[in-house]
Design a protein around this ligand. Structure first.
Ligand code: G3P
Length: 226
């Protein structure tokens, strides 16, 4: 599973990047707005930090296909086309844009997916990735995990080249459920990234190992001191 940071705070991105197996950075207009900064400036900074061989996603905001297509060019002119995914809403104008953008060689992630039908049509239109919003679906009384699994079943049934970049997580359990199903990617917010390895029992076990070693060779001693 490819694991993305769903945030554009450069300090947080650097911190998580240093520690964890991160494959890229994803964003949407709300995440951009939280930076309070000029969108292209932030995206360029993130691209420079992660390099051109890692995934960076950002979303168009035009409400018609022509505008979405034009925005895709502005975005990729700023941060490069290589490993940049233009996020396009999976609505009628978005589907129209996806068909053209695909022909023009853009990589596209169809986003804002709450239903299996949206994921199915976006894949048929040529989206490289489709992004079901797991937690938002759950909050509407649906089953986000099941929506992602159903989309994956359809992709498999027709051998479609589209993958799922699942998004909107509130728990690590949701991510793991999709990892078990072989879902291609997950866009994970900072809170959920940090929750993955937060475990007092593990911390206590490591502390006990280390203090036992210190009991043998002396306080604060490691193999480097032997
Ligand atoms: O980036 C899209 C998605 O991850 C949004 O998540 O937490 O706003 O539902 P959330």
């Amino acid at each position: 599973m490819k694991l993305f940071i769903d945030d554009l705070d450069i300090e947080k991105v650097k911190e998580l990047w240093d520690l964890y197996p991160v494959d890229g950075v994803t964003s949407n207009p709300t995440i951009l707005s939280k930076t309070g900064r000029q969108p292209l400036e932030v995206l360029k900074e993130i691209r420079e930090f992660i390099g051109s061989n890692k995934t960076l996603m950002t979303q168009v905001v035009s409400t018609n296909a022509e505008g979405m297509i034009a925005e895709a060019k502005v975005i990729t002119d700023a941060i490069g086309k290589e490993n940049t995914y233009v996020k396009v809403p999976a609505n009628p104008q978005g589907l129209k844009a996806i068909k053209t953008l695909k022909k023009e060689g853009y990589q596209i992630c169809a986003t804002g997916i709450y239903t299996v039908a949206q994921g199915f049509l976006a894949a048929q239109a040529g989206a490289d990735l489709v992004a079901p919003y797991i937690n938002r679906i759950d909050n509407l009384g649906g089953d986000g995990i099941q929506v992602a699994k159903d989309i994956q079943d359809i992709l498999n049934a027709y051998h479609l080249p589209t993958g799922i970049s699942s998004a909107s997580f509130k728990t690590t359990k949701q991510v793991i459920e999709l990892a078990k199903y072989g879902i291609e990617a997950a866009a994970i917010n900072v809170e959920v990234w940090e929750a993955f390895m937060k475990n007092e029992v593990v911390d206590a076990a490591i502390d006990k190992f280390n203090s036992d070693f210190e009991g043998l060779v002396g306080k604060n001693k490691t193999f480097l001191d032997l």
